[in-house]
Design a protein around this ligand. Sequence first.
Ligand SMILES: Cc1ncc(COP(=O)(O)O)c(C=O)c1O
Length: 463
Amino acid sequence: MSATIQAQEFHRTEQAAILPEQQYAGSVNPQWARLLKLLGMNVRYERCLGAELFTSDGRRILDFLSGYCVHNLGHNHPHIIEAVKDELDRRGPAMLQSHIPERAGELAARLCSLADGQVTKAFFCSSGSEAIEASIKFARAHTRRAGLLYAEGAFHGLTCGALSLMGDPFWKKGFGSLLNDTQQIPFNDLGELERHLRTKKFAALFLEPIQGEGGIRLPSNDYLAGAARLCKQFGTLLVLDEVQTGFFRTGPFLAAHHYSVAGDMVVLAKALSGGLVPSGALLMTDQIYDSVYGSLKRSLIHTSTFSENGLAMRVGLAVLDALESQDASGRSNDRGNYLRERLRDQLSGFEMIEEIRGQGLFTGIVFRPPRTLSLRLGYEAFAKIHPAMFGQVLVMRLFRDHGVLAQICGNNFQVLKLVPPLIITRHQIDEAVGAIRQVIQLAHSPSVFWSEALGLARRAVNV
Ligand SMILES: Cc1ncc(COP(=O)(O)O)c(C=O)c1O
């Protein structure tokens, strides 16, 4: 055996002895590894089925996060696994970049039909951010304007274009100058919107019909229709970001359907993947398509290597089949109403609960500062250390003490987001609500909850 081969063998044996967690911390993202450890959430998952996650140390976790609305069908849905296996077994063309992918047309047509508005064409990509990037280019190409409007609290992704439309400065800090000509406006304020649209500088208005990371914020009944009307009047395109809210998450296929509003472009991702094969889609009108791809020379003017890849197209179709055959819309409405009813019933007496809100299985518990002096002192002290501290302790306790995985909203730490897979059962909802009640009860009994929070704060220095 040569010295080089011996050295390689030694390196391989050494690597095998390192735990995956250590290797991850060493070579991927040590700070994320630290944070998970701090929160007691650094467990190893062995199997994930439906709404349940099973860990190597024998715990069973109920998933009320769904990978931020990726797992609408639940984890490892058999129909999606079958589609992936079948697609691989047939050894068909993949990523040739020189042919017409068989299923892309069918998937595009079905998505546009479900979106049920003016959109007729799809651009496929691999993530929500990538679809947002495309929508920025297409809006500018179509309108020949540069301006981009977005709402306070918005989250459209973290690539440079999408980040330029971020409704919280935290995410932008330190990354230098982003896109010019962007303007933030308040969510739910038609007057402010009109004032900006009147300048006719804006190519597009980007809106999540129901804000996700902004705090499960529902628009007032007339906001989206009013925004669509004003956009039309002043020649600005309406881009609906349904990355979290699409695929029946809020009841209908799109959250915009609650308000009978159609976008000029619709952004989809997350659940389109079936939780297994990354995928995104930007739906648009024929007119927008023509402005971008209007000649043979421009047929590939905007594309991406993994766009329309066979596996993602196959999975996208399987996702639609499974969601439709399982009456995802009916389930989302039924279970969502049940969840909010149970939460209101169990939590309304607690002084830190401001509101339970949402649509379908897109629900937020909104917290407010306590009035009672003994609670308020602790609450305010922790808010000063870090505004997310209170919410993170709730999340940590839910996970550690009760086996429920949930998260607070990324741009609104006062809201605990509950977005389980759409296949969640009433029994599982009862279980999660019981756990949430116990943790919130603890948060209203000063000593235990707040001393834990203090410990976390101490350990979190420099996190
Ligand atoms: C509403 C919304 N839009 C866009 C994105 C970006 O999607 P991705 O993470 O796939 O790039 C996200 C991600 O969480 C999102 O919540």
